[in-house]
Design a protein around this ligand. Structure first.
Ligand SMILES: NC(=O)c1ccc[n+]([C@@H]2O[C@H](COP(=O)([O-])OP(=O)(O)OC[C@H]3O[C@@H](n4cnc5c(N)ncnc54)[C@H](OP(=O)(O)O)[C@@H]3O)[C@@H](O)[C@H]2O)c1
Length: 306
C-alpha cells in the first residue's frame, strides 16, 4: 500500500526534515510553528481533532542544543510533552505516529555504534528532553495496547540540508570568509541528509501499512559510514571547491572538544548501528559522502543557475 498524502499530517514542516516531507507528500497537512506552537500543548489535540489524520509525522523539535541548557523547561515541553500528547491522540484514534529522536540520548562512550537497546544516558538538556519524549511515546502506546495504533521513533544524527541551520551551511559560509578554521576532530558520528531521512521515512511508513507490517519501536536511522566534524568539514570544502564554490579557507586545524568550549556537553561517540531497521525493511542508507556530494551539487545548481 502507498502512503496517502491526504491522510497525513506533518508537524514541524518548516524544519529541515519537515520541509523535505512536505515536498514528498504534497497533499499532506503540513504545519509549522506559526500554526501550532508546541509550547501551547492544547493546540496539538485541537489540530489533530480538526484534521483526523491516519498518519502523523512529527518533525518539530527544540533543536538548539546549547540554548536548551538555559531553557530546559521549553525544551521539555516541545521535545517531551508535545510528542506525548500526539501519541495519546494517535493511540485513541488508531493512527500511525512517526517521531524523530537523536544520538544525543546516549552518553557517547566507547567506540562501537550503539544499538537500539544500548543504555541511554544523555549528557545535556536537549538529549534529556528527547529521551523523555521517547519514553512518553512508548509509554502511551504500550498502555493503550499496540493494536490501537503504531509508532516508530527514528533516532538520527548530525542532520543537514541545503536550508536551515546546520553544520554544512555554517562551513560554506565560514569557508568563504576565513583562511583558517579550527574544527573539533574527536567527536565521531554520521552526518545525515534530511532528504534521505524523509525518503526513508516514507519507505518505512509504506512498509508499515503492508500486510506484513514491521513492528512499532525505536529504530536507528542515520547515513552509513562515520566521520568527525573535522573530516566532515574537509569533505565539504573539497566537494564545494570541485563544484565551483568560492572557498577561501586554506588551513583546517583539527582540535579537541575541550578547545571549543560550548554550553552543552556533546557525546564523543555518536555512532549508531542501523542494522535493525535495514534488516526489517530491507533498506540501506547511503554512505554519508555520497549524500553530501548530492546536497552540495543541489546547492550549487540552485545558487548559480538562477
Ligand atoms: N538537527 C540535527 O542535527 C538533529 C540531529 C539528531 C536528531 N534530530 C532530530 O530530527 C528531527 C528533525 O530535526 P531537524 O533537523 O529537521 O530540525 P529543525 O530543522 O531545527 O526543525 C525543527 C522544526 O521544529 C520547529 N519548532 C521549534 N520549536 C517549536 C515549537 N515550540 N512549536 C512548534 N514547532 C517548533 C521549528 O520551527 P522554527 O523554524 O520556527 O524554529 C522547525 O520548523 C527532530 O526531532 C530532531 O530532534 C536532529
Amino acid at each position: 500500500m502507498k502512503i496517502d498524502s491526504n491522510e497525513t499530517l506533518i508537524f514541524g514542516a518548516g524544519g529541515q526534515v519537515g520541509n523535505r516531507l512536505r515536498g514528498l507528500l504534497p497533499n499532506a497537512v503540513a504545519l509549522d510553528r506559526d500554526q501550532v506552537d508546541f509550547t501551547q500543548l492544547e493546540t496539538i489535540s485541537e489540530v489533530l481533532e480538526e484534521y483526523k489524520p491516519k498518519i502523523v509525522i512529527n518533525a518539530a523539535a527544540y533543536t538548539a542544543v546549547d540554548l536548551a541548557e538555559k531553557e530546559p523547561e521549553i525544551a521539555h515541553l516541545v521535545n517531551a510533552e508535545a510528542p506525548g500528547r500526539i501519541s495519546e491522540w494517535c493511540c485513541a484514534n488508531k493512527a500511525i505516529f512517526v517521531h524523530y529522536s537523536t544520538d544525543y540520548v546516549f552518553p557517547g562512550k566507547g567506540m562501537e555504534g550503539s544499538v537500539e537497546n544500548t543504555a541511554p544516558g544523555p549528557i545535556n538538556e536537549y538529549g534529556k528532553s528527547k529521551l523523555e519524549g521517547e519514553k512518553l511515546v512508548v509509554k502511551h502506546f504500550y498502555k493503550q495496547g499496540l493494536d490501537k495504533g503504531r509508532f516508530f521513533i527514528f533516532r538520527t544524527s548530525w542532520v543537514y540540508d541545503s536550508l536551515g541551520k546546520n553544520f554544512l551551511l555554517t562551513m560554506l559560509k565560514l569557508g568563504a570568509e576565513k583562511e583558517t578554521l579550527n574544527i573539533v576532530s574527536d567527536q565521531i558520528g554520521a552526518p545525515t541528509y534530511a532528504k534521505d531521512i524523509a525518503e526513508k521515512t516514507i519507505a518505512a511508513v509504506t512498509r508499515a501499512m503492508d500486510k506484513d507490517p514491521f513492528p512499532s519501536g525505536v529504530y536507528h536511522f542515520c547515513q552509513a559510514g562515520e566521520t568527525s566534524w573535522f573530516l566532515f568539514a574537509e569533505e565539504i570544502f573539497t566537494l564545494a571547491r570541485d563544484k565551483g564554490f568560492d572557498i577561501k579557507v586554506k588551513t583546517v586545524n583539527p582540535i579537541r572538544t575541550e578547545e571549543y568550549p560550548a554550553p552543552a556537553k556533546r557525546p564523543m561517540n555518536s555512532r549508531m548501528d542501523c542494522s535493525k531497521l535495514e534488516t526489517r525493511l530491507d533498506l540501506k542508507f547511503r554512505n554519508w559522502k555520497v549524500a553530501l556530494n548530492e546536497c552540495i551539487e543541489d546547492l550549487y545548481t540552485r545558487y548559480h543557475t538562477s
